[in-house]
Design a protein around this ligand. Sequence first.
Ligand SMILES: *Cc1c(COP(=O)(O)O)cnc(C)c1O
Length: 519
Amino acid sequence: MTTNDLPITQANQKVRPHPTQNEALLFEKSSPGKRAYKLPPLDVPAVDAKAMLGAAHRDTPGLLPEISEIEIIRHFTRLSTWNYAIDLGMYPLGSCTMKYNPRVNEFVSRIEGLAEAHPYRPESHAQGILEIIDLLQRCLLEITGMDAITLQPAAGAHGEFTGILLTRAWHESQGNPRGKILIPDSAHGTNPATAAICGYAVENIKSNSDGGIDLDALARQVDSETAALMLTNPSTLGVFESQIHKIADILHAKGALLYMDGANMNALVGKVRPGDFGVDVMHLNLHKTFSTPHGGGGPGSGPVACKAFLEPFLPTPVLVRKKGAKGRGAREAGGEGIESGALHWDYNRPHSVGRVRAFYGNTGMFIRALAYILANGPDGLRQTTEDAVLNANYIRSKLEDLYDLPYSTPSMHEAVFSDKRQLVHGVKTGDIAKRLIDYGFHPYTVSFPLIVHGALMIEPTESESLEELNLFIGAMRSIAREAEETPDLVKSAPHSTRVSRLDEVQAARQPVLRWRPAK
Ligand SMILES: *Cc1c(COP(=O)(O)O)cnc(C)c1O
């Protein structure tokens, strides 16, 4: 029997309705007099709280839940089981590279001397962590083939912002900042936002039928007002832009730069280097490619690497090594006791675009990313890339008989389908994604990239085993069958969660953040 025929049984369907799905709020569980603590009777004189607090004193106590300790423990423990996490199962969000965060990263980042290093620690006492930052920088430069780097930006979009600031500063140094940035219609939404916030007009470039850039159209569009082209490679269609070196030549001939959105480097690491195919400046997402956690908008990291001519514009401070042989012990005048060969932060950079982040960036992410790079080594990183691409193509080959494939160009690390064949039965990509929840999977990326109507964007990453991929494929095949036979079942999914369909627009526009007791 092939995987395509796998029947969905109790055993290969991962998650079923949880017995605690209907967990009430603590307020609803409250009953008067219950306590989570017991204290001995007061054996000192009681203070006069009213006299002490004055107008701040309240006569009626706040409406807080009254509840026992075990109820609190169970409440929060149950809630914690509602969260979907990479540690629980596959997270196929395309363009997000939701890979497993290896435990060795966490172990290393929690070593006391690293976890508690203070950013105001004098440089002479911080050489260990500075060596870590320096080594990570050198690894990322080797991986990207670029010349210089800053680790300051805290996210991919923040990296884009920094990279385009460098672009603008360089053009200004040439006498004209120029007025526009070219962005293909397959771009991530952060790209045009970045260009606009850096003061550039955005001009769209249409993709050709392979999902790549039309070189003739590009050559016509690039002119003396073009500051840069922002290109994601592989694109959000999961397609490698094989003409990238020619694209770089077209831009450079007109004095424009090539910015590469490197969020999809999971498809390239160890195989090709953007610095070798003409990229001038790019960002990486440590929280995608290099297995550091995606922090709900929190502790991300979006380093920006560039060619040497952009180096003078990098944000301050820049990590430099004091000249001279290491260990000679010679103290340099004015170096605050920093020995030659030691690392220190250089703030004296007259052409810099300035700081983009407090201190030096999200150092905890640097440690995790370096642990990942060193644990894998060059061969391991290359294998990782190959496995990521293999997994995506395995999914593509097992689903392309049931789901429409709008671009037949070979896939890299993600496969992009459309809901065209399910739409005949009134089932849309969002419905299929919601139904996946019932099968125990996080949904894939819905309706993106925008150039594919009703897109299903699936990125399994290298983390997943053949068994897990087969479970996912089984679920997707089963949903395709349901879309034909019982479309209403799919359209009203999910059926296994506490709440089913939310009005996502209203939830964003009118969030209800306060619970009020029933009268
Ligand atoms: C994720 C992503 C970004 C933005 O990165 P953030 O860290 O979320 O700001 C930009 N471009 C592409 C292609 C991405 O996938």
